[in-house]
Design a protein around this ligand. Structure first.
Ligand code: GLC
Length: 553
């Protein structure tokens, strides 16, 4: 296959316009501000931006409650600004993915307003109603502890409406062909304005059957093929990156056995087991998770991530495993959320320990797939647990030591800037780290650059080399006659490992990609590597002339 599917070897950066940079001084980030930071993003080396929802919205769920799919929230600018933004990205070779939140709308959306007022309205059937409160109304809530029911009574409609998420987010009746046609229209609109695809919100719920009489909801996978076909007809390079926290095995249904459905999905299975590995130094469940999610169509790709804007969902771990992660990373109940997750940012989760932050990022970057970085994590930003639910990890970007971290000129930012403690902007900010060659930011820039030069990870096939200690994970990627080894010591103790490569690769030097510490084989062809606590290595097998040996196909 020709290796020109951009998302197979991309580095994605996710950010929210609201908290990135405020150019007009009203306290809220905006597209003008974001545009001024595109050179920063280009310098960091990321190749695509995933933009969280920015459409008009009452913002009761950080914009995931959309009130108009065809506009820009005036706080962030205008459609004109948006086009300037996608143009600015294009000039710098950055692709743009935007959130597509079509499982539900805001209850303030004119469609819902029309639907509740008039049973004859064509929009009535765009939502999911029931005369009586369904028996299972208390089951299937997504935000336990905050949300009580999935059906609520609407006084105006005089009926119950279905909402998988918060009560102000009525579910769209996605089985309705009119709703499906509208979803395509929304995608077509934004494609025309320069985006390269969509991070599709809550995909399992979008395709699930909905209704008071549905007892065992089935997924309507064909819908995914319709979306995908439409995208490629309109814009060949466009993709869907799905938020679908589903069981391994089911993921093939989302990709489609011939890759005819979704191009990308976040790998939640690996994400949770990765945190388990970081918490316990045991790589075995992570290896299992990687094996379980290994097979996928050649055109499909995993999105690998550490943290995102939501809680770190540990729902797929065994109860004992989950307990181990909670006790290590979120011992205080206030650090936990929805009975299943951790709401902290990465740096405080790892006690601000630079060695572990590098280990975590190095590991994430070398997992099979395309890495997705959360804004602020490149400088090790912290969280503000005084803010409710997931807002604690959504505070404004910390640019400098200037007032409000250089995010805004206003004294009233949308969310408070972190301004005290070790993660305060006085200590953690871009400007300072820019000037320090040893900062996390500069480390991140170098690792991103290197990751892009190792397409074996995005394109190749992986296997594990067993070294007899579960604390050390050794992965090997092979692609087009080239091969790379990625080694991670999950333990806080030094570990020495010995191993031999495949017969055809022996005896052969391992060229270190990140430092000058190469490894020569002994006379029997074995390598012996001493890893420092939380140490990691990226090696090219058989030297640095690999590009002279890369096969054409
Ligand atoms: C997704 C989003 C989350 C949002 C929810 C409802 O899970 O990631 O932030 O609250 O959908 O739209």
């Amino acid at each position: 296959m020709i290796n020109d599917l951009w998302y197979k070897n991309a580095v994605i950066y996710c950010l929210s316009v609201a908290t990135y940079m405020d150019a007009n001084g009203d306290g809220s980030g905006d597209f003008q501000g974001l545009m001024r930071r595109l050179d920063y993003l280009q310098g960091l080396g990321v190749t695509a931006i995933w933009l969280m929802p920015f459409q008009p919205s009452p913002c009761k769920d950080d914009g995931y409650d959309v009130a108009d799919y065809y506009g820009v929230n005036p706080q962030y600018g205008t459609l004109g600004d948006f086009v300037e933004f996608t143009h600015g990205c294009k000039q710098r070779g950055l692709r743009v993915l935007i959130d597509l939140v079509v499982n539900h709308t805001s209850n303030e959306h004119p469609w819902f307003q029309a639907a509740r007022r008039d049973p004859q309205s064509k929009y009535r059937n765009w939502y999911v109603w029931s005369k009586k409160k369904p028996k299972n109304a208390a089951s299937g809530v997504v935000f336990p502890g905050v949300q009580k029911s999935t059906w609520d009574y609407d006084e105006v409609a005089k009926a119950y409406y279905f909402h998988r998420f918060y009560d102000f987010q009525p579910d769209l009746n996605t089985s309705n062909p009119e709703v499906q046609a509208e979803i395509l229209k929304i995608m077509g609109f934004w494609l025309q304005l320069g985006v390269s695809g969509f991070r599709m919100d809550a995909v399992p719920f979008v395709i699930s059957q909905k209704g008071a009489n549905v007892t065992k909801a089935e997924e309507q996978y064909d819908m995914l093929r319709t979306f995908s076909q439409f995208l490629t007809w309109r814009e060949g390079e466009a993709i869907i990156l799905a938020e679908a926290n589903v069981l391994p095995g089911t993921d093939m249904k989302y990709f489609g056995s011939a890759g005819e459905r979704l191009q990308m999905m976040f790998n939640f299975e690996v994400n949770q087991h990765l945190f388990y590995a970081l918490a316990t130094s045991d790589s075995r469940p992570l290896v299992k998770a990687m094996r379980l999610t290994k097979s996928r169509p050649a055109t499909a790709q995993w999105g690998q991530f550490l943290r995102n804007h939501d809680e770190l969902d540990l729902g797929r771990l065994e109860p004992k495993q989950r307990k181990a992660v909670f006790s290590k990373f979120a011992p205080d109940p206030d650090m936990q959320l929805y009975q299943r997750g951790i709401r902290r940012r990465l740096a405080p989760t790892l006690q601000g320990d630079r060695r572990r932050l590098e280990l975590a990022y190095s590991l994430m970057m070398t997992l099979p797939g395309t890495p997705v970085i959360r804004y602020g994590d490149e400088i090790g930003m912290g969280d503000n647990l005084a803010l409710p639910e997931r807002n604690c990890a959504r505070t404004p970007m910390q640019w400098s030591t200037e007032p409000q971290a250089g995010f805004t000129k206003s004294d009233h930012p949308v969310l408070p800037v972190i301004s005290d403690g070790p993660y305060g902007f006085q200590h953690v900010n871009v400007a300072d780290q820019r000037r320090d060659p040893n900062s996390l930011l500069n480390w991140m820039e170098r690792i991103v650059r290197m990751r892009k030069e190792v397409p074996e990870i995005g394109w190749g096939d992986f296997s594990f080399i067993s070294v007899g200690t579960p604390e050390v994970l050794v992965m090997q990627y092979s692609w087009r006659n080239n091969s790379v080894l990625c080694i991670h010591n999950l333990s806080g103790e030094p570990r020495e490992i010995r191993f031999a490569l495949q017969a055809e690769e022996m005896p052969c030097i391992l060229a270190n990609l990140l430092s000058n510490d190469h490894s020569q084989p002994d006379s029997s062809g074995r390598h012996s590597i001493l890893l420092e606590p939380y140490g990691y290595r990226w090696f090219r097998v058989c030297g640095l002339d690999y590009l002279l040996k890369r096969a054409e196909i």
